[in-house]
Design a protein around this ligand. Structure first.
Ligand code: 5CA
Ligand code: ZN
Length: 407
């Protein structure tokens, strides 16, 4: 898929420290320890209700991950999928009375504009499921050879018991796993499965549904295997960070990890599993089914996209938080204050600002802390000013490079 243009990222003096992130599997903050090229897979949109603020917050978090890595001197290889065929998309298209491909194209175009305006780095590979079906078929074949696949009325299932490490990402009890599986695309109650948590790899063609030919008969990929096939293809085992919103911890990332581990006989699938909190609105998680969406495209029609970005950055990525309509005004106010402060020819020295923002961001992406550091410099500039001619330019560049906020 053609991506959007990546924002240019200014170079900063010196190098930043190495990034530590909260690892869902370990339950604690751990160092990321990438090689020369840091490898990141972030689960992409299902293009039927994008881009709401929840999506934007999650992608902003993983944009920050990349900015810290780049500042520490790594190259970044960033892969994202697009779930451009799946039940929710087909159901929405049917409800709208439109072609599912038209719906997907429209939502993808909107997402591209939103990502561009919010200055999010574009993936190096942005891969739709439809275009990756040959890879999915190969991945299922490998799983079959490993004895991890069985058939049920024409559908192919992944046997979670084939991976001894199954459960090590989310660390949940069986009851919770069954509940989440039912809520998030699984079918734990379907009779005939070996294990209620087993997940569909290949869904045989149903009347009225799109399907593609395969050695297992016509059908379409299951959800988890699409991400595994794309990630292993483009990043290889083992990559540095698997990212997404917290709603993907189970079953998506748990089963994905197992599928990858069985396919390659390697462990772990990802070195670190990083999850962003859920953004809510009016008391519920923001989602199509709740009908409480705030679209980035609506906000940026009336406001500077950098104010939207600042409003998102004011919340720590791991927090579950609720959007309030006054957050945008606060973002705009901060943007105005920062822009006014860097517009002067001189200012208070900013070397310590760079060090502190770097330290805040490397420490599990403490963006709210980083904002406060720049706030203090801008306030000092407003109240007392300063005579360092390099300072306004440095603050402007570090805001752009580390936070993605162009002043
Ligand atoms: N296509 C799958 C992933 S393979 C999917 O979950 N698509 S999505 O469109 O539903 O979500 C896209 C990304 O936004 C995922 O990382 C998801 O975890 C995240 N996300 C969805 N809703 C929210 C929300 N309310 N708050 C924060 N992040 C969210
Ligand atoms: Zn995914």
């Amino acid at each position: 898929m053609r991506t959007w243009p990546s924002p240019s990222i200014p170079n900063l003096p010196g190098t930043g420290g190495s990034l530590r992130l909260f690892d869902t599997a370990a339950g604690e903050v751990r160092p990321t320890a990438p090689g020369a090229t840091a490898k990141l897979y972030v689960c992409g949109i299902t293009p039927y209700d994008s881009t709401h603020l929840g999506h934007a917050a999650t992608y902003t978090a993983f944009d920050l991950v990349q900015r810290v890595w780049l500042d520490a001197g790594h190259e970044v290889s960033y892969v994202q999928n697009i779930t451009d065929v799946d039940d929710p998309l087909l159901e929405r298209a049917a409800a709208n009375g439109e072609d599912w491909q038209d719906l997907a194209s429209r939502e993808i175009a909107r997402f591209v504009d939103d990502m561009t305006e919010l200055r999010l780095r574009a993936p190096d590979e942005w891969v739709g499921v439809v275009e990756s079906i040959p890879h999915v078929v190969r991945a299922i074949d490998v799983l079959r050879e490993a004895g991890a696949v069985y058939e049920l009325d024409g559908d192919l299932y992944f046997d979670v018991a084939s991976d001894p490490q199954f459960g090590a990402v989310a660390n949940l009890d069986l009851e919770t796993m069954l509940e989440l599986s039912a809520q998030r695309g699984g079918d734990p109650d379907r009779p005939g499965k070996r294990n209620a948590l087993d997940a569909v790899l290949w869904r045989a063609a149903r009347p009225g549904e799109p399907s593609w030919p395969s050695p297992f008969g016509p059908g379409r990929p299951g959800w988890h295997i699409e991400c595994v096939a794309i990630a292993i293809d483009d990043l290889g085992m083992t990559f540095d960070v698997q990212g997404g919103g917290r709603d993907l911890v189970f079953p998506h990332h748990e089963i994905g990890a197992s599928q990858g581990q069985v396919m390659t006989r390697l462990w772990p699938y990802a070195r670190l599993y990083c999850h962003a909190g859920m953004v809510g609105y009016q008391g519920e998680k923001m989602s199509k089914s709740q009908g409480n969406l705030v679209f980035v495209s609506d906000l940026r029609a009336e406001h500077d996209a950098m104010a939207v970005r600042l409003a998102l950055l004011a919340h720590h990525y791991r927090e579950d938080w609720e959007w309030h309509d006054d957050e945008l005004a606060a973002g705009q106010q901060r943007l105005d204050a920062w822009r006014a402060a860097v517009a002067w020819p001189t200012g208070p020295p900013a070397g310590a600002v760079l060090d502190e923002v770097r330290a805040r961001m490397a420490d599990d992406l403490d963006a709210p802390g980083a904002l406060r550091v720049i706030d203090r410099w801008a306030e000092e500039q407003r109240v007392r000013g300063g005579d360092d001619p390099a300072a306004p330019g440095l603050v402007s560049r570090l805001s752009d490079a580390l936070l993605g906020v162009a002043l």
